[in-house]
Design a protein around this ligand. Structure first.
Ligand code: IVH
Length: 654
């Protein structure tokens, strides 16, 4: 084959692979095959420089750094959107539309409002010509070289593209990539949130740095379009796909405002499970004719509103930095805050992780700080807003609970209390043992555990089973009846399933999920305690580090002694059994396509919680397929095999 034809073919193969991987989330080439094609393309272009086209995937990376970003002035201004937060404000907006039109505005199109940075792409004749940031709306910065490094941005549109298209959207980064990239920036300036990282990375003077930042892009609107007729926002969303661009993930058409309200409530509840940060949703009147009728206010269209979520950050005073000793002896500094309500919960403590984090934040007692509550995680201090002039924090030299000198091992980020009998550690260990997802001993609360440990009545979890109602009745705030109830609860915990027992032990690196895997694989406590390292390593999810912590744990004389005493007290973990109840009991589920409402991991966990086994490829054993957006070959195979298929929505409603 001649060089020119081979070049064109390689360009097509590589760009197709980019599209499949980055836009559809359905890779077809293996990494090795992709790399091979890319290298061949590079070699070919080195031999025949005249073949290099601007659309060649080799042109995505490697552009030289510039001294400053050129400015770019657009013809159609990028607007902003009016905000609302309360549901009444949203209803007022709908009412205003009705008043203006003197009729119903018709269906809405709802898109999650991704927290990224605005980016406009200009395609002429289907070729990417310019990419520019929002700037002040009219004049932004030309970031074409930087944008080309984003693989979900096509260099050339697919299908039959319009003669001119200026498409607008957001460059963003997933939460996972945000964490990963920040981790590699340790020591350098790290970014406070995914939005800042996306904005900073897109405006890098050296596009090779942008290339390493794993940015993604989706389109939500357009400025100019010539040579295509589009009648509505949902049609636009569909057309994007045909041109190889990604539309807003999780977008939906809603027939009526009530439906929009339901989507809002649902998104608000699930925002922390989504793979990317969202700060609300954008509601647009779907029909473009109605949009034109509604027109614009000074800076924003009348036909759209950004319905934001209540803030998850607040400022408050940091009164004191205390240190707290965890179950494994790790010492964590904790910020004691002036109580402040954040999204419905009063926050009075926040984690500061470790000394390095305090150093990085430059935080001291007395400062005014910005505090964030994200999902179920413990609130954290984001940054100092105002210096209170206090003294710098110093990690104490000895354990605040037992007075033992703290140690900080080489390379460790945290200090530890090395005393395994440290009351704080024992207390945390017992609390964990009794917690709901472990041995589930109801009524054994924080205060009670503290008393038991302080009075020497419980030195480890095994002692719980030796407690008598008379002993308990002597404790503060313990009536006879509740003492009896607690004893009954402790009794009842003797025959919990093995995976809960393993979780309860609090072995380093063994959380709930791994406890289940171990219980399933080894069946009994004895089998696990005696398992040689090779056998553990043969389990896919167990790496050398985990195997080591398990072995070390069961080799400890105090642990052996405790297990003896637990057994003597009649604690007999029950063999692991797959959950049988649940709406998906007995089903073997495979996920395919792009899920828009939750991450793959969250979806899998959900399916398992409903009783299903999750598979990765479609086989004869598969009984159910959940198809996200743009599901392809797997969906076809499922249809061929006559397997039941659910949409993401249907799956979520189970
Ligand atoms: S539509 C005139 N849709 O939010 C309407 N904007 O507050 C143009 N944003 O500047 C924007 N996700 O950068 C739209 N699904 C979405 C969005 C979105 C995020 C950003 C956008 C805009 C800002 C408006």
């Amino acid at each position: 084959m001649d060089a020119r034809r081979r070049h064109a073919e390689l360009v097509r193969i590589v760009e197709e692979a980019n599209y499949r991987y980055y836009v559809l989330d359905q890779p077809t080439l293996s990494d090795a095959e992709y790399d091979e094609c890319f290298r061949e393309l590079g070699r070919l272009e080195a031999e025949h420089p005249e073949l290099v086209t601007p659309d060649s995937p080799t042109q995505r990376v490697g552009a030289q750094p510039v001294k400053e970003l050129p400015s770019y002035t657009r013809r159609v201004r990028m607007l902003s959107i009016e905000n609302c937060v309360a549901i009444e404000e949203f209803r007022d907006w709908v009412q205003a539309l009705k008043d203006f039109l003197k009729r119903d505005p018709g269906p809405f199109f709802v898109e999650p409002k991704l927290d990224g940075t605005g980016l406009e792409l200009i395609y002429r004749g289907g070729h990417l010509e310019t990419a520019a940031t929002r700037g002040d709306g009219t004049t932004g910065e030309d970031v074409t070289a930087q944008a080309k490094t984003i693989r979900s941005i096509p260099m050339k549109l697919r299908g039959e593209p319009p003669a001119l298209l200026s498409v607008r959207g957001e460059a963003y980064i997933s939460k996972k990539d945000f964490e990963a990239i920040n981790a590699t920036l340790k020591g350098e300036r790290i970014y406070a949130n995914p939005r800042n990282l996306a904005a900073g990375s897109l405006r890098m003077l050296d596009p090779r740095i942008t290339a390493q930042r794993r940015l993604d892009f989706f389109a939500h609107s357009f400025g100019e379009i010539e040579g295509a007729e589009i009648g509505s926002q949902h049609e636009f969303h569909g057309r994007m796909g045909g041109w190889g661009l990604k539309g807003c993930p999780g977008a939906k058409r809603c027939a009526a405002p009530e439906e929009v309200e339901k989507v809002y409530a649902d998104l608000l509840a699930r925002r922390h499970d989504l793979p990317f940060e969202i700060d609300g949703m954008v509601v647009k009147v779907d029909d473009f004719r109605v949009q034109r009728e509604l027109g614009f206010r000074a800076r924003s269209p009348r036909w759209a509103v950004a319905w934001k979520f209540p803030p998850t950050q607040q400022t408050t005073r940091l009164n004191e930095i205390q240190v707290q000793v965890g179950r494994t002896g790790t010492v964590t500094p904790v910020a004691i805050l002036e109580p402040v309500p954040i999204a419905g919960v009063t926050v009075s403590r926040a984690t500061l992780h470790n000394e390095d984090e305090i150093e990085r934040l430059g935080v001291k007692a007395g400062d005014k700080v910005l505090v964030e509550r994200a999902g179920d995680v413990i609130p954290k201090v984001v940054k100092v807003v105002e210096d209170g002039g206090g003294k710098r924090f110093r990690m104490p030299a000895s354990c605040p609970s037992c007075g033992t000198a703290l140690v900080r091992e080489e390379g460790a980020v945290s200090s530890r209390c090395p005393n395994a009998r440290c009351p704080a550690q024992v207390e945390q260990g017992i609390r964990h043992f009794a917690s709901r997802r472990a041995m589930d001993i109801e009524g054994l609360g924080e205060k009670l555990v503290a008393q038991l440990v302080a009075k020497g009545m419980a030195r480890d979890p095994a002692d719980l089973y030796a407690l008598r109602a008379e002993d308990l009745a002597e404790l503060e705030r313990m009536a006879e009846k509740s003492a009896g109830n607690l004893i009954a609860q402790i009794e009842a915990s003797r025959r919990r399933p093995l995976h809960r027992f393993l979780n309860a032990l609090g072995i380093r690196n063994v959380g709930e999920r791994l406890a289940e895997i171990l219980a399933e694989r080894f069946g009994t406590l004895d089998a696990l305690m005696e398992a040689p390292e090779e056998e553990m390593l043969s389990v896919e999810e167990i790496g050398p580090e985990v195997a080591k912590s398990i072995r070390e744990y069961f080799a400890r004389p105090d642990v052996r002694d405790m297990i003896e005493r637990l057994r003597a007290a009649g604690v007999e973990p029950q063999p692991f059994e797959r959950r049988t109840g649940g709406p998906l009991a007995g089903e073997v589920v495979v996920f395919t396509g792009t899920l828009t409402q939750l991450t793959r991991d969250a979806a899998k966990a959900r399916a398992q919680a409903l009783g299903a086994v999750v598979g990765s490829s479609i086989t004869k054993k598969t009984t159910l397929v959940v198809a996200g957006e743009k599901a392809g070959s797997k969906l076809k195979k499922a249809a061929e095999l006559g397997i039941r298929v659910l949409t993401e929505e249907e799956f979520l409603s189970l």
